[in-house]
Design a protein around this ligand. Structure first.
Ligand code: GAR
Length: 207
């Protein structure tokens, strides 16, 4: 059987990318990482791709006249590599409805909080954990969801809770949340690869 081909979009260190690559390599996740694309230059995620002989591209917004041209190039590369599922792994650029319409229900994202808390425009990476601590919530977590036209608004596939400790800093909290991210993303992708997700309106049921 043909393996599901993943196109992973990154902007930074790529620890989630690594967990996906490793899960493919151990056979836990019946998929292959077909291509990695970064919107930031020289990030460690690109090196991770190189180490595993995965084609890697850097696409910088400043090199394109319009966001449509940028996204057309993104689509061109994803299609060239026969990508079945677009996986956002710390990708901090917001994709337009135009891009989303090209991959309906074929884009997933991981967000480091329990959506719908601490999400949407401006909430990414460390900013999420700063806001969590500042607000004083006792529980945060991780969400994997399908991407729709909004920011962090698509149907939720899996969530996991992480307690906030009294002495947490944004960095210590981010580190504990990342441990859960590295488990939950391969789990969610496995469910997708095995065709076990049924989308009913906003709800995602697991077969
Ligand atoms: C992860 O915590 C991911 O959930 C977050 O960026 C980090 C990337 O780390 N994504 C967002 O905040 C998206 N809104 P990584 O590059 O080590 O995978």
């Amino acid at each position: 059987m043909r393996k599901l081909k993943l196109g992973v979009l990154v902007s930074g260190g790529g620890s989630n990318l690594q967990s996906i690559i490793d899960s493919c390599e151990t056979g836990y996740l019946p998929a292959e990482t077909a291509v990695v694309i970064s919107n930031k230059p020289e990030v460690y995620a690109l090196e991770r791709a190189n180490k595993h002989d995965i084609p890697a591209y850097t696409l910088l917004s400043k090199d394109y006249k319009t966001s449509r041209e940028y996204e057309d190039e993104l689509i061109f590369i994803l299609e060239k590599h026969d990508v079945d599922l677009v996986v956002l792994a710390g990708f901090i650029k917001v994709l337009s409805p135009y891009f989303v319409s090209k991959f309906t229900r074929k884009i997933v994202n991981i967000h480091p909080s329990l959506i719908p808390s601490f999400c949407g425009r401006g909430f990414y990476g460390k900013k999420v954990h700063e806001a969590v601590i500042e607000y004083g919530v006792k529980i945060t977590g991780v969400t994997v969801h399908f991407v729709d036209e909004g920011t962090d608004t698509g149907p939720i596939i899996l969530q996991r809770a992480v307690p906030v400790k009294d002495d947490d800093t944004p960095d210590t909290l981010a580190a504990r949340v990342l441990i859960e991210e590295h488990k939950i993303y391969p789990e969610a992708l496995k469910l997708y690869a095995e065709d076990r997700l049924i989308i009913k309106g906003r709800r995602v049921l697991i077969k």
